[in-house]
Write a protein that binds this ligand. Structure first.
Ligand code: SF4
Length: 354
């Protein structure tokens, strides 16, 4: 799949790099000093690169583990994230990565061992009875390139003997072989993101279909693995209730509720500057061209729509699953809101503390 691969000369000798390169014997391989020489170039064509991204193999030198933003979590005591990869195989029109990076090329930091040491060192700062969560899939999809990168496999091993250290692999992929070959571990949650089928087909380009993702979840559950459901971002349409109702019915009537670890809900939102970049990249795209609102530095749906979607979805999900498994990915309710939204706001405020 990769025709061009750039490799930092520092990592050329890594066994992991040799294994990755062996998969792309036809690719042109160019060495460089630092990945930033390619990744941060000015005047790159993101849309063009997205069609045929290059792979860049690099070493990260610091900042392996980051504090997760406030409100990011699924019930743990401490939340962190890490990214061994920047950018993604898939092409969701709402993806914030398009606004964050100049380049659509895929950067992989191959020194997993440094991430792993930093992760365990971070976890060791806390008491053994505290849940410390590490989220992967913040700047990429955790499993989409697993057959090439074995990233999930490596980090599952890292946390396998620590009971209070939790790992979330967030994904829209069906590449679950790394998990299926192992005995299930209670502290690993593979969390699948969903939008309704019609929306997914329209704006989640190259992403495996809803049914395929569900089939992957069922295989994991059959083997005893916990899974998560992420309805984040919720995407509005005039018939969102029917669309989400169908999706919830499909998922909740198929999955084993006892092996659903958590569900999170968050409406579409992007930092203003990222959204502006998306407007520049896709001026004719009907999703981007919607009349969004701007508040608290974020672009999102008008507040009444945001509150209505979150409130309605929350109610529907509660029909299927205990309240204590449902989390809101963000709380973006300002103090001054239109009077028509006040009842929804107070409903959500109550629910956010559950
Ligand atoms: S799967 Fe996630 S990371 Fe990948 S393009 Fe879609 S939103 Fe972005």
């Amino acid at each position: 799949m990769y025709r061009n691969i750039y490799v930092e000369s520092e990592v050329l000798r890594y066994h992991r790099v040799k294994e990755i390169l062996a998969r792309y014997t036809d690719a042109s391989v160019v060495t460089c000093d630092r990945y930033t020489e390619i990744f941060n170039l000015k005047s790159q064509d993101f849309r063009l690169q997205k069609k045929q991204p290059a792979l860049i193999l690099a070493r990260k030198h610091r900042g392996y583990i980051q504090q997760a933003p406030a409100g990011y979590g699924v019930g743990g005591d401490h939340n962190f994230y890490f990214s061994t990869m920047m950018n993604c195989l898939y092409d969701c029109r709402y993806c914030f990565l398009q606004g964050m990076y100049r380049s659509a090329n895929h950067v992989v930091f191959v020194n997993y061992e440094d991430f792993s040491s930093a992760l365990l060192k971070t976890a060791a700062r806390f008491e053994k009875d505290e849940q410390v969560w590490f989220f992967s899939g913040y700047d990429c999809d955790s499993l989409a390139l697993e057959p090439v990168l074995s990233m999930a496999d490596f980090f599952i091993e890292t946390v396998s003997s620590s009971q209070n250290v939790w790992l979330e692999l967030r994904t829209k992929s069906t590449q679950i072989r790394s998990l299926l070959k192992r005995t299930p571990l209670p502290n690993i949650v593979t969390a699948f993101s969903f939008t309704p089928t019609a929306i997914s087909e329209q704006i989640e380009h190259q992403v495996p279909g809803v049914e395929k993702r569900l089939a992957a979840m069922l295989r994991l559950q059959e083997q005893g693995w916990s899974v998560g459901l992420r309805f984040d971002p919720l995407i509005y349409s005039h018939n969102f209730r029917e669309q989400y109702q169908d999706l919830f019915n499909l998922l909740f009537l198929s999955l084993n509720p006892d092996l659903i670890h958590s569900i999170s809900i968050g409406v579409f939102r992007l930092p203003k500057d990222f959204y502006k970049q998306l407007e520049r990249l896709y001026p004719d795209d009907s999703f981007i061209a919607q009349p969004f609102n701007s508040r608290n530095g974020q672009v999102s749906y008008p507040l009444n729509i945001e509150l209505e979607m979150k409130s309605w979805c929350y109610k529907q999900i509660q029909e299927h699953i205990e309240k204590n498994k449902i989390f809101f990915a963000e709380i973006s309710v300002p103090d001054s809101i239109p009077a028509t939204s006040i009842s929804l706001k107070s409903e959500l405020d109550v629910r956010n503390v559950n």
